[in-house]
Write a protein that binds this ligand. Structure first.
Ligand code: GSH
Length: 94
């Protein structure tokens, strides 16, 4: 039943990660703090083809690499900087 309390819709967030990755943990925590509930996580340590795809898409070899919708945000430092500039919520908003 629709009780009128809709969550604000958010763009899909995709993050290329590896299992052992403090920057990935930090980025995930920040996104969770900002209300991101669903994350499409791609583990490049488990999938060499996805690692190659990440490098081709971003020109970078480190994880995390974060996409919000179609926008490549960059890594954890880029995400934190975006948030500090007050631009993260607007980018997340659908
Ligand atoms: N400044 C980057 C640092 C990312 C980083 O160094 N990630 C590590 C894993 S936590 C990595 O990919 N290391 C592999 C490498 O440097 O090739 C960010 O904020 O995302």
């Amino acid at each position: 039943m629709d009780d009128g309390k809709r969550e604000d819709p958010m763009k899909p967030v995709k993050m290329y990660t590896t299992e052992v990755c403090p920057y990935c943990i930090r980025a995930k925590a920040l996104l969770a703090q900002r209300g991101v509930q669903a994350l499409d996580e791609v583990r490049i340590d488990l999938d060499a083809a996805e690692r190659q795809r990440m490098i081709e898409l971003t020109g970078r070899r480190t994880v995390p690499q974060i996409f919000i919708g179609d926008v490549h945000v960059g890594g954890c430092d880029d995400l934190v900087a975006l948030d500090r500039r007050g631009e993260l919520m607007a980018l997340l908003a659908d």
